[in-house]
Design a protein around this ligand. Sequence first.
Ligand code: KG4
Ligand code: ZN
Length: 329
Amino acid sequence: MNILGIESSCDDTGLAIVDSSGQIIAHVTSSQHQIHAKYGGIVPELASRDHVKKFIPLLDFLLNKANTKISDIGMIAFTNGPGLLGPLLAGASLAKALGWSRSIPTIEVNHLEAHIYSPMITEKNLAPPFISLLVSGGHTLLSIVDEDFQIKTLGTTLDDSAGECFDKIARKLGLGYPGGPEIARRSEDAIDNKFSFPRPMINSNDYNFSFSGLKTHVINKLQKIELTDESINNISFELQDSIVETLISKSLKASQDHGIKNIVVTGGVSANKRLRDKFSQVSNYDVFFPDVKFSTDNGAMIAYAGFLKSRSSDIEKNFKIKPNPSLTL
Ligand code: KG4
Ligand code: ZN
């Protein structure tokens, strides 16, 4: 049975089809970055309208790409949160309308859970238990995923998420939105970096994060220096390193403290090359990332989470991945 996945929690319209063996047979993502760039952040009303406009043409495109028909879809998985209300309602409406018209079931998927399991799309031997670091625009969440797919939160950010810190500093530097990829690009051209930013909460004896102090520190620094290509590149480099080192340090602590060698790093920020490179240099741990194209929001991770849930015999009563109280809307 093929499952259609629908993602519309924020500013990416993602659709994908997964087959009965968990293989993604086609996926398509339409980003709204250009629509929101001039506002420096996401305008929910515009995001909702664009999802509604794109869904049907994208669905046609997806079915063509997969060389299949809507009648070959046996189930629909859609993001039910967390996310922006209007965009979520748009996706839920599409899922429910399709489900009703074709008399097929719909499955609600938690967006964070979908990110957390996204490396399993390509890493077929990966299975819980593992330490999960989810780093996106909305969340910085460190948790343990046990063999029953139950997620226990170890720590989270006390204020801004890592992605938010990238995005807000990028805005101050006059770089585009989303900020993470721009900061990463600028970092590559950094030479002779003389900046030294704090590694927030790196020595706190817990698994929490805090990125708002780092943000304020960088903003204060910006008021004292001239913004040139060179200083922008160096600030980008140091900001990225500060975030990367903090994320890695806390993940390794969680892994060590709990005796779990596998670390799974997901969410938009997991696309970051420096984060991937630095994690690959640590020994004694096995670190897994999603395919880069499945790091930022996409329909494939929703379809795949739907596939994981559908393997349970009674979908309503025996979800292996149960709704998780710590991952709320
Ligand atoms: O998971 P995602 O697509 O959406 C949410 O669920 O929030 O994550 C978006 C976040 C943004 O903050 C964006 O700046 C960041 O991921 N991001 C990156 C990179 N690509 C996306 N951050 C650092 N480096 C990247 N290459
Ligand atoms: Zn996301």
